[in-house]
Design a protein around this ligand. Sequence first.
Ligand SMILES: [Zn+2]
Length: 225
Amino acid sequence: MKKVKENVIAYTINKAIFSDFDILVNNGEVVVKAPWYFSRQRIQEAIKENKNWILQKLKEMENVSLFKTTKILGINYAVKVISRNVKSPELNLNNNYIEIILPSRIKGRNNNQIIDMILNKMYVKLTEKHLENVFEEIRIETGLAPEDYKIVENQDKIAKFNYDTKEIFINPRIMELDENCIKYIIMHELCHLQFKTHAKGFYKMLKAYFPKYEEYDAILREYKF
Ligand SMILES: [Zn+2]
């Protein structure tokens, strides 16, 4: 970023015959528009007067960075990270991007881990909401329901079934996938209610409930479940 050093603000002066006095902060640059008769000193005083506002504007620009993209229900979302004077991190899920606001006090550190943690939290919340509907839908369609299901972070599989307790464990990252993939994975786990392993009967049952299962197995090849 340009030229904010120890409270000295660098700026470009743009003098014009008919110009009013104005300070613009664009892309980290400060441009002063001044009438031709303004002295250098007068401009400097105006800069001094507006110092806090200018620094604030420069800081805002500096702190907006497009961090990465992530998926929700198969749709790409840009992750925008902003540093601001807040007590704890915040996340806003907008129509086409995710905004993460980090407290400015943690700026400059390696924030990747914190951002991943915040995104994980978001996935947990989204999973809680979404899966309730998926289980209900499947229960109405097939009568199948697990004894219980748990959302568990950091497991290597996207979902797994415990045959003894009849519980399903779901990785919140499942929310990156589209709705059909999620439904298929849940359906797959529910077929384990009757079959512990992927035996012939397992696939027969799966096909009855989810005729296109082979297509989805192929799409989801890189996921373990
Ligand atoms: Zn399985």
